[in-house]
Design a protein around this ligand. Structure first.
Ligand code: SF4
Ligand code: SF4
Length: 268
């Protein structure tokens, strides 16, 4: 019997016992060792409401200064990759990433100049899918496996519809899409039972944690950032935190000349 099948049967058995005993599905999964406690509690903060979080246009603002002051930590990436079952491969060619870090000078070539302070140039800056308003990745997909959601602008993925042609990978100018060259499942440190795993031959990327927003939780990266460097909110709401940050601070977006209209902003 495979390990995955054994785990499934263990969870099914515990579920039957737990339902009788009044335990929650999450508690059962933790009990079974299928859900990492840290991952299960990402976002379970007192400030997190339980009704869905909604926006007319989701956008993210990242405070690069706070990242620098926090010592360029990796908490956002660790939390995201943990809750989304992102595999870890030894060979960088196989790498799958939803959020990662680039030195500011790499992420913002067009902002670099010889007088930029060294600490700014080398600030490790979180980068992810920009949920572009004008996403070239969506235009090239022949199967509509990726699309921009009408109601809130999130650029979504349906792994079941993806045929692995990688047109979208080529079309994204930010390197925000990863292709599963190998079966990712044996390379996931601890599988999270409440999020699907992917298979070899499909593309994946950040989806602004749409599965958490609908449960009333902030994205894993936002919650994990102890420095408060990452904010998400409604760009169409003038009273939202993201709009206030953009009104008060100087902000930049990646590769604005391409016309993709990224909805991830960086304040300096
Ligand atoms: S960053 Fe790349 S993958 Fe994300 S919406 Fe824009 S073009 Fe598509
Ligand atoms: S790799 Fe998948 S998501 Fe990307 S363009 Fe092809 S079918 Fe669409």
């Amino acid at each position: 019997m495979s390990v995955e099948r054994r785990k499934f049967l263990k969870l099914a058995g515990l579920t039957a016992i737990g339902v009788a005993g009044g335990l929650s599905a999450k508690a059962l999964a933790q009990e079974a060792g299928l859900v990492d406690t840290a991952a299960a509690t990402v976002g379970d903060t007192a400030e997190t409401p339980s009704s869905p979080l909604r926006a007319k246009r989701w956008a993210m603002v990242i405070d690069v200064k706070k990242c620098r002051e926090a010592g360029n930590c990796t908490e956002c990436q660790k939390a995201c990759h943990l809750v989304h079952n992102v595999p870890e491969f030894d060979n960088p060619k196989d790498e799958v990433k939803w959020i990662w870090r680039e030195p500011f000078g790499n992420a913002f070539h067009d902002q670099e100049h010889e007088h930029l302070p060294e600490d700014v140039k080398h600030t490790m800056t979180p980068v992810l899918c920009n949920h572009c308003d004008n996403p070239p990745c969506v235009r090239v997909c022949p199967t509509q496996a990726t699309w921009k959601r009408e109601q809130d602008g999130i650029v979504m993925m349906d792994w079941h519809r993806c045929i692995g042609c990688r047109y979208c990978v080529a079309a994204c100018p930010y390197g925000s899409r990863s292709f599963n060259w190998r079966d990712p499942r044996p390379h996931i440190k601890k599988i999270q039972a409440d999020f699907p795993t992917r298979t070899r031959g499909v593309v994946e990327k950040c989806t602004f944690c749409e599965e958490r927003l609908v449960r009333g939780q902030l994205p894993a990266c936002v919650t994990a950032c102890k420095a408060g460097a990452m904010k998400i909110g409604d760009l169409e709401d003038p009273d939202s935190e993201v709009r206030k940050l953009l009104a008060e601070r100087f902000s930049v977006r990646r590769k604005p000349a391409l016309g993709t209209q990224p909805e991830v902003y960086y304040v300096l």
